[in-house]
Ligand binder design. Sequence first.
Ligand SMILES: Cc1ncc(C[n+]2csc(CCOP(=O)(O)OP(=O)(O)O)c2C)c(N)n1
Ligand code: SF4
Length: 326
Amino acid sequence: MAIEVKTQNLEMAKSLRQVSQEEHYVPGHRTCQGCGPALVYKLVSKATGGNAIFLGPTGCMYVANTSYLCAPFAYPWMHTQITNGGAVASGIEAAYQVLIRKGKYKGELPSIVVMAGDGGAIDIGLQAMSAMMYRGHDALFVMYDNESYANTGIQVSPATPYGANTTFTPPGKNVPEGRVLFPKDAPQLVIGGHPAVHFVATASVAYPVDLINKVRRGLNYKGPSFVHLHAPCPKGWLFPARKTIEVAKLAIQTGMWVNYTWENGEYTYDHTPKEYKPVKEYMKGQYRFNHLSDAHYAKMQAFIDARLKAPGKPVAIPVQGPREQA
Ligand SMILES: Cc1ncc(C[n+]2csc(CCOP(=O)(O)OP(=O)(O)O)c2C)c(N)n1
Ligand code: SF4
């Protein structure tokens, strides 16, 4: 006879006061001052409560956090390769299913959470993430998005915005804008190709209650879910460390970031301003965009305008076609 798999039912919070003061991401890590991804870790682990297993693919949130026999994670946590966060989560969930079927484990299935950077999610880690989604494992995949391969020196990633100066896309005479491509659409990658997924959401460190509730809603679903979290990186984006939340808010006020939920095919949007500010206001505050000309800002504005007409849906973006000259 099949045994029922008991899962948690995490309650939604109306305000931060309703969120436990217990810390699961504790002092002692070595991330930069004002690190957005570190705040993501703090908030996501507050969302899950104690019954959770976290997986950390290689990236800032692994390397800057841990050293030999020392880590700031007050819950079971495991380092995975940057390639395979989704595969390790799948294995852990499958192992629990076997223990439950054999009657060797009688508790609730813990919240299994992959905390991947953009590289570990939609670039080097994409195949394992997609396979976890495709096979329908009961786990949450979090993509904390600092828009670069931060840990290896702020290299370009497929989440890096057009016009960004990274160590792999330095602006110069031949390519004055630096980064020429526009980013991949992470939520659409998941929504478009994974029938087992019923919940995908985007959130920002600027709105912690919304972030916590989206993590909880994702975890309450039986099956895979995906949450894409905007996490400014003062070191990589080059803004003063005290401005992380200001930068995150400005992203939403200018349309550079849109908070939404996709649940069983329905979109809902949060924190949409009555009127969007020009994207230049957001970009001007970050040294990574300092080299751009007005024509470059206009190109970014056109992209954002197109995206805001149908937020959450794919838009046509300029891409590099086949080369006519080497
Ligand atoms: C297969 C493989 N390629 C490259 C690396 C080197 N590497 C370690 S961390 C990292 C950057 C990770 O970037 P991301 O996933 O976006 O996380 P972040 O550092 O931004 O937090 C890279 C490229 C690696 N560890 N494994
Ligand atoms: S480089 Fe960016 S993501 Fe990495 S620890 Fe520093 S602020 Fe955080």
